[in-house]
Design a protein around this ligand. Sequence first.
Ligand SMILES: [Ca+2]
Length: 247
Amino acid sequence: MKSLVGYCSLMSMFLLGCSTDCTQIKVLLPQASSGVYWIQPCKAKPPFKVFCEMRQDGGWTVLQRRSGGAVSFDRKWAAYKMGFGNYSEDYWLGLKMVSSLTKTKTWTLRVDLWDHNDATAFAEYKNFRLGGDREAFKLHVGEYRGDAGDAIRGAYSGIDQNGFGFSTTDRDNDGCHPCIFGDISQRACTFSDTGGWWYSSCGSASLNGEWHPDGDHIGWASGLHWRTWKGHASYSMKATRMMIKSV
Ligand SMILES: [Ca+2]
């Protein structure tokens, strides 16, 4: 069935030209199941693979998934630009692909979080898009809704990540020098957080840090943080997922 659906998504891509994404596949094939698909947004050549979460509320293109420590997210600019990991497990789609996807249409970003007791929370942002390579894939988010809190805009003022470029250990766009974490002072947020992100002095959201298992998930500057939900003692999530839907 899945190979048939995959074939159909490829066929729809050829029939519809360049406009395919997970949302459109779900509209064309309401019975389509969650899985790996080829898509080709208008500004993207060649087509690329994504994991589509097919839900009652539509088809979502997964940008990021963390569920364990098998895939390291401690990587440099080139890797974050082009993507890494395993499409059906933990992965980062790639800033270039997300930027090309969000150049056209209007998108909603959904962030799902799981703690180590399997409690969940989510954050959704309207009008999500990324700028291009020349503006360091700057993050743009609109109105927030959810129960995880708006960690992108931050738990307090002065750390709003909206409008900031992406940073990695070899690309510093975090707007701070020094950057302060508790009693640590450094030139860049990525030195403590390790994973790439749209840091802003350094901010309340950071989902690409080092994954920590249950029992070792509290107190690390690195980790999978969403501090408007789990603000105390640097809590690192058990699992996270970031995905977008076109409207
Ligand atoms: Ca800096």
